[in-house]
Design a binder for this molecule. Sequence first.
Ligand SMILES: Cc1ncc(C[n+]2csc(CCOP(=O)(O)OP(=O)(O)O)c2C)c(N)n1
Ligand SMILES: [Mg+2]
Length: 900
Amino acid sequence: MTTMKIPPAPDIEAAGLQAAQADVIGETTEWIEAFDQIVAAEGPMAGAHLLRTLTRRARQAGVDLPIQLNTPYVNTIRVEEEEPYPGDRLIERRIKSLVRWNAMAMVHRQNKKDPGIGGHISTYSSLATLLEVGFNHFFRTRYGDEPGDFLYLQGHASPGIYARAFLAGMFSEEQIDNFRHELRDKPGLSSYPHPWLMPHFWRFPTVSMGLSPINAIYQARFMRYLENRGLIARTERKIWAFVGDGEMDEPESMGSLTLASREKLDNLIFVVNCNLQRLDGPVRGNGKIIQELEAAFRGAGWNVIKVIWGCDWDELLARDTTGLLLKRMEECVDGDYQSFKVKGGAYIREKFFGKYPQLLELVAGKTDEELSKLRLGGHDPQKVYNAYKFAVEHRGAPTVILAKTIKGYGLGSAEARNATHQEKKLSDKDLALFRSRFDIPIPEQAAHDGAPYRPPEDSLEILYLKERRKELGGYILQRQVPKFDLKAPELDYFAESLAGSKGRAVSTTMGYVSMLRHLLKHPEIGKLIVPIVPDEGRTFGMESLIRQVGIYASQGQLYEPHDQDMLLYYREAKDGQILEEGITEAGSMGSFTAAGTAYANYRVPMIPFFTFYSMFGFQRVGDLIWAFADARGRGFLVGGTAGRTTLAGEGLQHLDGHSHVLASVVPTCTSYDCAYVYEIAVIVQDGIRRMFQEGEDRFYYITAYNEDYPMPEMPEGSAEGILRGIYKFKPAPGGKAILQLFGSGPILNETLRAQQTLAEKYKVQADVWSVTSYNQLRRDALATERWNRLHPAEKEKRPYLLDALDGAEGPIVAASDYMKIVPDQLAPWLSGRLVTLGTDGFGRSDNRQHLRQHFEVNAESIAAAALSRLARDGKLDARKAQKALRDLGVDTEKIDPARA
Ligand SMILES: Cc1ncc(C[n+]2csc(CCOP(=O)(O)OP(=O)(O)O)c2C)c(N)n1
Ligand SMILES: [Mg+2]
């Protein structure tokens, strides 16, 4: 045990003590000596015990000690604790150099060939050692028969991942040659990790900053959920999330840290690539990002491992008896460190060491070049290996490794500069330097062109790389989807939902929840259902679910719930099935994503139902939903309390009239706006069949409302129409219709009332249609139209919409609880027949009746719109129509709700 060299002087200064109190200095020295002796004799645990006891005593004595979350600006793992590196450093360095070269060359060459095609060279160059140590010694492809570790990688580092796969023989030179050329004869590699684009390679879409950290946390939690529910075996599998230091500023990155520690997720390791830079400049020019993150993570209960200095610094720290080296390390801010890197050895000598003569002395024997090459922790395999080893072995909490690196490491003049993130090409000089620094055996001209290089199959490098991967179970990244023999329940299974409510007034939400309850009882797929809810379970009437399957709690229920004697008490259980996330839609999306991709990641086809307040869905967590689609996620999003006029009383921030617009933009999302419970049943049954039986990569968005009304029985033969988007619900009561009324959600009931009023008061016969999905109808029409456009010589095909409407005459009045643009999607195929009513504009707090009147989607407004249109078409006397509007109570001069 070496005695620590702690200079008392700065502490005294920090405490603001006067020189007159200098005797304290002497006492401090004595205390430190005594402490050192105890640690030397009894070990670090004894030291920790002493300090803890002393701290408690100090507090009792009224000494106000600030909470200290930071440790000194040095490596967390002491040199004495390190293990020697187990690999062949020399060969590994060769491999790393080749990966570096190919990553850089790939981007360089592509931009020479196709200027502006982009790509990144500096993120990976800072990350290379952190990844190589992992690939050679830690990341396992499998644990027995179970899938191996999960890797969330910085999206901008993908050239490095491709380069390594190229060396491993997974990609041909042609594929590398087609980096960012995905639409050629021989498709190449996507810019970033996108399972949608490269389904056999990428697993986790990570390039939108912040999504990877939150998704990784919830993935780790979901892994435990599956283990605790007995659906997968418990293994040593880890989730590694490599994230940028700039990326940590995204609220999603840090927002769920305490979940990870609360749940004791020791299967989770974050590695923050602290290259001190983001895109425009330094992450914390005036501070130290590593220290800031250390405090935040430590405060959140994580195990923090700082990897700041490489081995080169160990010797300097050991030789410094003054404590000034640490002092200097701590007083420099990240902006200084960046300058040291850019400006080189002489500058480091003058500005870093030169501040104190003793430090100049310390490095007197080193040349400027040696100073410029003093390695940082994140570039030192020895330090990185030990950090990983400690992380993997840590129990009871997640670990974050804060590794200091250099952005653009090895890229010559681009190294550590503010503009390095944007660098795509290197100058000939930098290329030549790179080639010689990393010893790449290719001719100079090939180097200038950025030619890829892979040594022969029997070279030491390739043999070593392959042997290491073989040892760890194979190449890490492949995404494999097994074939499941899951059979979706037949529609009969949903008989209760199809039968209607026998006159009882219920909401579609209630109907949906009973359906979910029933599904949870299904002998085969019941256990695969994952109900997810962000604290609105009671709003949706889910208390009975809580009783039935319990809320997942990794520790079980450690308290006696106050409502235990009630039937529907708040039941938490270790094998509980519901994920009650608390108020975090983003976190719930993390769970939804983990569950909805479990079929690929764990080979267990989990079926998630994430039920949320529809207003706080797509607009709140739209990017996470987009990434879910990219990840080929499957499952059901259910937007409860839907509709801008159906959720009464809540007002502007709560009333959703546009989630269907937002849902429509996600290519794999099929959205439905349901009026009746049987519609939901048909959709859910078919959804389970398509996603989990047929293996289609799609997911569903269904809106569910809280208005109670009697649910009719499913009309015979309506299933296809429900799924494709439209079916006739109620033909005109008194003969041939001259008008068509489209309704969706609860507004279908307004439409039915309008149908009756029009027939009884105005002798106008109208058919009523339930439109479950404008979005599906439009997609079908667009696809048909495209086919017609591309095949002008063939018989024209007709979109489903027009088939369905065959023979239905007259104008069409479409009304829903969503914006007018939702039905307007169909306008191109309805040749001027469409009149749309909808809920454009901010919501108000009032009851349904007033809201529907305000937004002009009540029965009276629907009837009025129909009469007005018939008048314009010359089918009705215009003055009569105007009078009818008055009789219907329509205020023709009121403010337009779209602007109110
Ligand atoms: C949500 C989001 N906003 C902006 C970007 C654009 N962007 C790409 S990389 C980058 C900087 C990343 O810095 P850092 O996280 O420190 O990673 P580094 O490249 O330094 O390792 C930015 C802003 C993005 N990808 N995602
Ligand atoms: Mg960075």
